[in-house]
Structures are given as C-alpha cells and as structure tokens.
Design a protein around this ligand. Structure first.
Ligand code: SF4
Ligand code: SF4
Length: 339
C-alpha cells in the first residue's frame, strides 16, 4: 500500500482536523508515566513519550468496569436496557506495534466465545489505529523475540516511523490510505523509505532475536520445580495481568438498588485465589503454585494450541510492574531449557 511522509510539526494540525470527525486518543504524560487519554487540547500532544505506555489498549476495548445492561422490575415484569448505542468513532494515535499485535490475540479470544463479545467488537469496528514504531524500547521489552511486528506491523491502519524531523507513514489498510490523503502528508522519496527501514533495523538490533516459543512451549514440564520457587515469591497482587495487553479475564457482578439495578463486568485475574473458586467450594487452582503456572502456560502453551497465537507480545509490562521481579521472559527461557 501507499506510503507518504508528514512533518512532525504538522502532526498537531492533522490530529486537530481529525478531531472534528472523531474522538482522538493518544498517549499523554500522566505523572511519571504515559497513558492513553482523549485529547482535548492538542497543545498537550507529545509524540516522543517513552515506550511503552503504562497500560496497553485493553481498557480502550474492554474497560476496567463496563455495564452490560440495566434492569427495572415492575411486579413480575423486568425491563432490560443495554447501552449498546453507537459510540462516536475514535482514532487512537501512538499505538505501539506490540499493543496492536495483542489485538490479534484478543480478537481471536472474543470471536471464539459463544456468543461473540458484541461490546468488544463494536469498539473495534469504531476505532482507527495509528501506530508509531518505537525508538527507545524499555529495558524489559522483548517483542522481537515473539514476532516481527515491529518491522511488519499488524492490526493497525497506519504506521509511522520517526525519520528525523518527519515521519514515514505506511498505510496498512484502506482506512490508513484515507488518513494519508490529508493535506499534511507529502509523497515519500526513496531516501525516506530507506531512512524508515534503517530506523526500524536500528531499534530491532537493540532487542532480542526471534525464538519459536509456540513450538518450544508444546513440551513445557507441568511439574517444573521452578513454579514452587515462583509461588514462594509471588504476592498475588495481579499487577502482571492487569497491565498485560493480552489478558482479558473478567468477573460479572450485579449492583441492585430496590427494584432496579445493573449487571456489569470488571477485570479479574487468574492470579487471585477466588478467580477459580466454584460455587460448591472446589478450587482447581488453590495455590499460587498452580496460578503462576497458569499464567505462563496459558500464554505460551494453551493459546498457541487453541488459537495458533502466543498469548504474549513481549511488551515487558509484567516484568517492570512485578514488585518481586518475576520475569516472564526468563521464566519461559528456563522452562524451555529444562525440557
Ligand atoms: S505476558 Fe507480560 S510481556 Fe507478555 S504481553 Fe503480557 S505483560 Fe507483556
Ligand atoms: S506482579 Fe509479580 S507478585 Fe504480582 S501477581 Fe504478578 S507475578 Fe505475582
């Protein structure tokens, strides 16, 4: 598909023009971290924030708390209302390649449940994604070990690569082609294309080499003694899963007030003991030993078996967030070495 360039100084004006048609969401500085927020003042837009944002795109498609429906009882009659009215279209700018790649996984999960997750797919349909190639990966990033989406991005509409005072802009979908039709974009030269390729290769060279984890994960040892050690350290705080762009588990709760109320879902995690506690009292994962194994096996063994996709994109967030330094990359390498 077509590629153009846009001057960095024109990004604000381009975004402002888009905001007339849709909500524009982009990473903004939030204390010591950067987070995706709806942009109201385009003067606050900063395109050079560190990689990655504190959270990925999960909350953009499955909010931490989301009402499924509201109800009102009148005698024996129940009136249900669900807030599935179309939201305004939105554009998310500054998406990292790993976070976009995570959508391939969450799309597969949400499409393979019965019924399909309508709330999730409504938001997916209404969202345009503009990615930016990383220039300064965090120490914990290992996306290149998982896939080649930094060089060959997936699940986004437009991909920008920093080539000095401008971005090389590759349209990946018809939506992306429409975006680069804006007046701020100019034709790209061969030199621009080469500069973008060099910029990508420079960051890739600073990151780990590819590993076929899907193949290696097939024979993980269920009884690997490492899980006992991990369980001794793990605080079961759930930070690793709440920040993970591929984690998607939720609980369903009800909020009742007299004859009316609502049913809502909220993020949950396999790292909490009660996540698998059943109504009759049995818990198939009663100890942290089983729960730490579940996180790793789900991402590196069960997901490739079920969907043909790893459940990890190597964003490194769980590594930087873990208060006791449990590092999923090292855990997986050890499991592979122990086979
Ligand atoms: S498991 Fe960790 S490194 Fe992998 S996608 Fe989730 S947060 Fe990122
Ligand atoms: S962040 Fe670390 S301590 Fe907290 S649940 Fe995850 S592995 Fe355990």
């Amino acid at each position: 598909m077509e590629a153009k360039v846009i001057a960095k100084s024109d990004i604000g004006a381009w975004m402002k023009g888009l905001a007339d048609k849709c909500d524009v969401i982009a990473p903004v500085k939030d204390g010591d971290v950067s987070a995706f927020k709806k942009i109201e003042d385009f003067g606050t837009l900063s395109i050079d924030l560190p990689t990655p944002t504190v959270k990925g795109l999960r909350e953009q498609f499955t909010p931490e708390t989301e009402t499924l429906f509201e109800y009102k009882l009148t005698g024996q009659q129940a009136e249900l209302t669900s807030d599935t009215a179309a939201q305004k279209d939105r554009l998310i700018f500054g998406v990292r390649a790993c976070d976009a790649a995570a959508l391939k996984y969450t799309d597969a999960v949400n499409a393979n449940c019965e019924p399909k997750d309508a709330l999730y797919f409504a938001k997916r349909k209404q969202t345009t994604l503009v990615g930016v190639c990383c220039t300064t990966p965090a120490w914990s990033c290992f996306c290149t070990e998982i896939g080649d989406f930094l060089a060959n991005p997936i699940m986004m509409d437009l991909y920008l690569t920093d080539i000095g005072d401008k971005y090389y802009a590759e349209a990946l979908t018809p939506k992306g082609e429409t975006l680069i039709g804006a007046s701020q974009f100019q034709a790209a030269t061969d030199a621009d294309k080469q500069a973008a390729e060099s910029a990508k290769q420079k960051v890739i060279a600073a990151l780990p080499s590819p590993i076929d984890h899907a193949e290696k994960g097939k024979d993980f040892d269920w009884d690997d003694p490492m899980f006992t050690k991990l369980a001794e350290k793990c605080l079961a705080c759930g930070a690793c899963t709440f920040l993970c762009p591929t984690c998607h588990c939720f609980d369903i709760q009800e909020c009742a007030q007299g004859s009316k109320g609502s049913r809502y879902r909220c993020w949950d995690t396999c790292q909490f003991e009660k996540f698998t506690l059943m109504g009759h009292g049995h818990n198939p994962r009663p100890s942290k030993n089983e729960r730490t194994r579940q996180r790793v096996f789900h991402k590196f063994k069960y997901s490739p078996e079920r969907y043909g996709i790893l459940g990890c994109v190597g964003c490194g967030r769980c590594i930087t967030a873990c208060p006791v330094n449990i590092d999923i990359q090292r855990v997986v390498h050890k499991l592979e070495a122990d086979k």
